[in-house]
Design a protein around this ligand. Structure first.
Ligand SMILES: Cc1ncc(COP(=O)(O)O)c(C=O)c1O
Length: 384
């Protein structure tokens, strides 16, 4: 059997929604984008939203709209996708990396505390794999130090902290609709917030800072417009929004499948937790289940993480690593100065983590096959 790390399956709902956009005669930013924004606002319990061309664009514009730039520092996790950090540099600010909680893999509150300076303007928290960060502590810390709290919620659509949906907690939250994400628009992102002013600023910047959009002009508005700022071209198209609207029509089914897959992995692997740690979950939050990340208990095994992944590959199973810490990348090593000792949890976790195949098209026999392969490897490589 072959089980790829990821496989995308789009269905009739998506085909029909995209076909409707094509038939409408308007494919770039217009009514579908507006509908998509309204639907995500509802899901995330946020007042305002702006759709953009990617999660990365959303993070960048969030920082821009908050006027974060030269001379400012932004604290974020060393354990994230590079997008979270590169946008800070693109704004001219300095990324300051914090260590993680080795259990949840989310940014560590105490590590942030040590990194706050007079120059710190914001914290970007990342809900790794879809498990919400410790927002009670983060919100207090942001308030006490007069910092913006931004949630890189690329993994976390559908998650909840307590009974609050992700998107309703931080000052700004940014979703990604990349194909591997829980809902996809092909490429796409969205910034949500309860601040009308900030969302309007992002919307303005996302389309050349023009005072009127193409949709407004072509649907009966005046041809006149002004350009009132230095803008960007980061808008989302109606075609992309149409695809996401198709996905959203069956979002409960999609999310339930993720919950079931996670439960089956947990049940199947429950008897080998001496050798592998399963993803953290408790009753305080609701997991969005974007990724299923296990951690090897290396002290009990005669195999490294890389060897383990290679063995899985030999059995036709694709695995991933989320994430290679930022300080390990050659560009970031050169351009930022790190003290590796600051990231001991991150470094230890990196050497243990394996992301298992986890997507709505994954069948139960495939999942069981993955678990059987893990168990065989544990049996073969466990220290006696
Ligand atoms: C944690 C995190 N932040 C941001 C992004 C960027 O999202 P996008 O690919 O939509 O730009 C990703 C994408 O995988 C991500 O995993």
């Amino acid at each position: 059997m072959k089980v790829p790390f990821f496989r995308l399956k789009l269905g009739a709902a998506e085909k029909s929604a995209v076909s409707d956009v094509i038939k409408s005669g308007w494919v770039t930013t217009g009514p579908r984008v507006k509908e998509f924004e309204q639907k995500i606002c509802k899901l995330a319990d946020a007042k305002y939203a702006v759709a953009v061309s990617s999660g990365t664009a959303g993070l960048f514009l969030a920082l821009k709209a908050l006027s974060i730039g030269k001379g400012d520092e932004v604290i974020t996790s060393a354990y994230t996708m590079v997008a979270t950090v590169e946008v800070i540099l693109h704004c001219g600010a300095k990324p300051v990396l914090a260590d993680i909680d080795p259990v949840t893999l989310n940014i560590d509150f105490n590590s942030i505390k040590e990194k706050i300076t007079k120059k710190t303007k914001a914290i970007i928290a990342v809900d790794i794999a879809g498990w919400p960060c410790d927002y009670k502590s983060l919100k207090k810390m942001a308030k006490d130090n007069n910092l913006y709290l931004i949630d890189d919620a690329a993994h976390a659509l559908g998650g909840k902290y307590g009974n609050k949906p992700i998107g309703s907690i931080a000052d700004l939250s940014v979703f990604s609709f990349y194909p591997t994400k829980n809902i996809t628009s092909g490429e796409g992102g969205m910034v949500v917030s309860n601040s009308k002013k900030t969302i309007e600023k992002i919307k303005h910047l996302s389309l050349h800072a023009m005072s009127s959009s193409g949709w407004k002009r072509y649907s009966g508005g005046s041809w006149r417009y002004d350009v009132t700022d230095l803008g960007y071209k980061f808008n989302l198209s109606d075609l992309s929004a149409g695809l996401a609207l198709g996905q959203l029509k069956r979002s409960d089914t999609l999310q339930n499948k993720r919950i079931k897959l996670a439960a089956r992995y947990r049940k199947n692997l429950n008897d080998i937790t001496e050798y592998i740690e399963l993803p953290f979950e408790d009753k305080t939050s609701t997991h969005a289940w974007h990724l299923f990340i296990i951690k090897l208990n290396l002290s009990k095994l005669k195999i490294t993480r890389n060897q383990f992944i290679a063995e899985m590959e030999k059995r036709g199973i694709g695995c991933g690593v989320h994430f290679i810490p930022i300080y390990r990348f050659s560009y970031y090593k050169k351009s930022l100065k790190f003290n590796i000792k600051d990231f001991s949890n991150c470094e230890k976790s990196f050497k243990r983590v394996i992301s298992l195949p986890f997507y709505i098209d994954l069948s139960y026999p495939e999942l069981d096959y993955v678990c059987e392969a893990i168990k065989k490897l544990i049996k073969k490589y466990k220290k006696i």
